[in-house]
Design a protein around this ligand. Sequence first.
Ligand SMILES: Nc1ncnc2c1ncn2[C@@H]1O[C@H](COP(=O)(O)OP(=O)(O)O)[C@@H](O)[C@H]1O
Ligand SMILES: Cc1ncc(C[n+]2csc(CCOP(=O)(O)OP(=O)(O)O)c2C)c(N)n1
Ligand SMILES: [Mg+2]
Length: 361
Amino acid sequence: MSCQEFSLIRHIMAEHAGARRADVDVGIGDDAAVLHCPDPGQDLISSVDTLVAGRHFFADADPAGLGHKALAVNLSDLAAMGARPAWALLSLSLPDKAPEGLNDCWPGCWLQAFMTGMDALAQRHGVGIVGGDTVACDTLQISITALGWAARGRAIRRSGAQPGDRIWVSGSLGGAAAALRTIYAERVQTEFLPIQWRAAEWHYLCQRLERPEPRLALGQALLEEGLAHAMLDISDGLLADLGHLLAASDAHARLELGDLPLAEPLRRLRPSAPDLVRELALAGGDDYELCFTAPASADAELAALAARLDLPLSCVGRITNIGGAPGQNPLADARHRMELWEGDVRLPMPERLGYEHFTAS
Ligand SMILES: Nc1ncnc2c1ncn2[C@@H]1O[C@H](COP(=O)(O)OP(=O)(O)O)[C@@H](O)[C@H]1O
Ligand SMILES: Cc1ncc(C[n+]2csc(CCOP(=O)(O)OP(=O)(O)O)c2C)c(N)n1
Ligand SMILES: [Mg+2]
């Protein structure tokens, strides 16, 4: 990449730096950002997540959607702590040549669209993009550090589940994974889903994959109202992620699969492919919904919160007991911490609990 291209990149960044915030003294342009710390009594909540072309997204994906998603998955981690987001740092690794499937005007036009998508989400949540880094690299990669605040000692951890807690999931499950499965089937001409999506269904599924909404208002309300004992976001798949929560809490759970909030189009697929639908909802991943545990005494407040946020909250099971022997492998361990039920019938755990890095498939 030439000097000219780098200065173009810096220009595009500065033009799409999210919300203007009074607590940013120095943003994009210096060696480091200078940010005001808020009043004491707040904890700084920080998280980083990386998206790699071919692994987390298709390199020829709509760049505006990708800009949205890259920030959304990071804000989702802050939401999962109950934090209020404040700032983000963006590290971009861009190939010298446009990845296959992208038109020319690389990287300028791509970056312009990418930052437009990110900027819109950042503005919506009052997040300032205060710095970052850009390097040339063989594979397109995006890494974002998200920073936010929560009242001192109040961030909702994975480790607080209590016996008798109900297990709740926001929104719906399996939609993003259904879109991904459909796109893979078209690209590699294998494993076609036994359904032809209607235009409205396909649009909805693609939105779930490409434009997840970080559930920030829900996370913050759960913290403020003191309703949740433990929480995380579902990125890898409900079973894999709930497994992390159970391991951190040393807890066991019973899930009622009949109560899973399936993404609407999956209801039409279910009669012809019940096992596939269950797999997508339980282990498909890319949902970016919140999963939390709360005592039964919170039921009425949770119903009111769901109505106020216009976001469904579904009870999918309960914490049965605390205590057990933590294993060496967190995922293998998670298998023994969950029971899957449909009415009176106990179902076997699926082979895969969610997306796993470092596996051949
Ligand atoms: N390379 C790393 N260095 C330090 N901590 C890491 C690294 N990778 C993951 N972690 C930490 O491990 C925990 C689980 O990470 P991850 O599975 O990526 O969670 P999430 O789904 O919330 O992004 C987090 O606390 C994360 O900060
Ligand atoms: C091209 C492509 N292949 C596969 C996936 C599915 N996928 C990739 S990573 C992932 C899980 C989430 O990513 P990870 O890096 O584990 O995020 P974290 O848990 O750290 O938030 C999923 C479901 C995808 N979205 N796009
Ligand atoms: Mg991560």
